[in-house]
Write a protein that binds this ligand. Structure first.
Ligand SMILES: Cc1cc2nc3c(=O)[nH]c(=O)nc-3n(C[C@H](O)[C@H](O)[C@H](O)COP(=O)(O)O)c2cc1C
Length: 172
């Protein structure tokens, strides 16, 4: 049985790629989640909100900004029951205004992380990990939060080896 879990959020649709707006049918963080799943035989849980975020990049930016400002906790389609089966939890998502989308915190705040190892992974277009590590340390009480991995979203396609090696090195 796998002792590794990937929790991820990812958004399809328009996104920003090195100065251009392009539409993608699979999100960058979703691809990264798949790389980790394949590298360390992890179970995968996708964070899905009941509401849909705009496909339009600029509209989504504005909505995400308002959610961050209001510290919103969007409701989810489905919630993880618990982490009993797992030792290593990868938290994978895009950088939205410097941290994970608020929906990630909706789920994480609902879980008991005592004794777990948490691996932050963030896709971004320049902000790196932002405040991801600090935010996970605050949210995942009782966990050991490791250093974290930032992947530029527009480089996702060529990042599989980096992600896989990092994931294998960090599990216990
Ligand atoms: C609402 C929104 C806010 C974003 N904010 C940032 C940011 O603050 N810093 C940054 O480097 N990239 C930012 N980006 C770019 C995304 O982090 C990047 O494209 C990421 O790879 C998208 O992942 P996804 O396809 O899994 O959703 C933002 C994108 C969106 C849609």
């Amino acid at each position: 049985m796998s002792r590794n879990l990937v929790i991820y959020f990812s958004r399809r649709g328009q996104n920003y790629f090195g100065g251009k707006i392009l539409s993608i049918d699979k999100g960058n963080s979703e691809r990264i989640a798949e790389y980790i799943r394949d590298a360390v035989d992890a179970d995968v849980f996708e964070i899905r909100t009941i509401k849909t975020y705009p496909e339009d990049y600029h509209a989504c930016i504005e909505e995400a900004k308002a959610e961050l400002r209001n510290n919103t906790r969007p409701r989810l389609e489905e919630y993880l029951e618990g982490l009993r089966k797992y030792d290593n939890i990868f938290v994978v998502g895009p950088c939205w205004w410097g941290t994970y989308p608020m929906a990630m915190f909706t789920q994480l705040e609902d879980l008991d992380f005592t004794g777990k190892r948490v691996m932050p992974v963030m896709t971004h277009e320049g902000s790196g990990l932002g405040t991801a590590v600090r935010d996970l340390k605050k949210t995942c009480r009782g966990a050991k939060v490791v250093k974290g991995l930032a992947i530029q979203g527009s480089r996702t396609a060529e990042s599989e080896q980096t992600v896989a090696e990092w994931a294998r090195k960090n599990i216990r």
